[in-house]
Write a protein of this length. Structure first.
Length: 303
């Protein structure tokens, strides 16, 4: 029998688009799924919609987390769900406002199962659409460069992310750094521990861009670079430091190469220009696009 997929869904004031996401989950050709959800303190009808959906589908398939209702923020809420579900064979993150294509779970499960017992994380491209699901522009095609490239760029979009038990258990076992996002932290942990990261070049999700969720990670390269320039280096460099420090503080089984690269990066972040030049010589310490990589190198040297 095919192993079930536990879908982790954190909701917050999502009544406007939630029904379409739920319908797309029901329409999956891979039918052996269960939803574990928690609400992050909604003031609209989101909870009513979710409980009504559970009444229709079955409370054994749509399970509300016991800690539902408290406001933690998106990443802590998803990680709370992950800790509760990490013992399950396969987990998938789901955002409340997107639409899954019908074969999303089928393709993800096939890739995850092919990885065997190795910690595995699957992610995919997206169709970028407006609030009315119009547009269908492709998100960037990424290549996983492994560690320490994952400290520099997140290629694992949370609304496409699927992990096996080996990967999910590692992420759930350690505290995440302040102000991280759950998908990026998951990608870093799996990469540093020698897990397999699978990036599907075929889009599997309609990623709805609207004013409540447009944070820039799925924008074209030039738009992302311009947005980054306007933000300045502080947020980027602070995030890198937090991720590196949090990873160093864990008891995770980092690979020897990842441990050496992490030490190199941390030494560079604490040290002189010479140390930073040395870190930039690491062939995997880079972003995917040339334009973004130029900006990253400048910020790393000066930030």
């Amino acid at each position: 029998m095919t192993q079930p997929v536990t879908i982790l869904l954190s909701t917050f004031n999502g009544e406007k688009y939630l029904a379409e996401q739920l319908a797309s989950i029901v329409a999956q050709r891979f039918a052996n799924w269960q939803i574990l959800w928690r609400d992050d303190g909604s003031s609209d009808n989101t909870v009513v919609l979710m409980r009504s959906f559970a009444d229709q589908i079955g409370h054994d398939r749509v399970v509300e987390h016991s800690d539902s209702g408290h406001h933690y923020g998106a990443a802590p809420s998803f990680l709370c769900l992950l800790r509760a579900a990490a013992h399950n064979p396969i987990i998938a993150f789901a955002d409340q406002d997107d639409v899954w294509l019908p074969d999303k779970l089928t393709k993800a499960v096939r890739q995850i199962k092919a990885a065997g017992e190795v910690p595995a994380l699957y992610c995919a491209r997206q169709f970028l659409v407006d609030q009315h699901l119009r547009g269908h522009r492709l998100s960037a095609l990424h290549v996983d460069k492994g560690f320490p490239a994952c400290l520099v760029q997140n290629i694992a979009n949370g609304n496409t992310l699927v992990m096996n038990k080996a990967a999910a258990s590692m992420v759930a076992a350690v505290p995440a750094p302040q102000a991280t996002v759950h998908d990026w932290w998951s990608y870093i942990v799996v990469s540093a521990c020698g897990g397999r990261v699978i990036f599907d070049p075929e889009p599997q999700v309609l990623y709805r861009l609207h004013k409540e969720n447009l944070i820039g990670r799925a924008q074209p390269v030039r738009e992302r670079a311009w947005a980054a320039i306007k933000r300045g280096p502080y947020v980027f460099m602070t995030t890198m430091r937090r991720h590196a420090q949090a990873l160093d503080a864990t008891c995770l089984p980092l690979t020897p190469a990842a441990r050496a690269d992490l030490n190199l990066v941390e030494q560079a972040l604490r040290g002189s220009v010479t140390h930073r030049v040395g870190a930039l010589r690491c062939p995997r310490f880079k972003r995917n696009s040339r334009l973004e990589n130029i900006l990253f190198r400048f910020w790393f040297m000066t930030g």
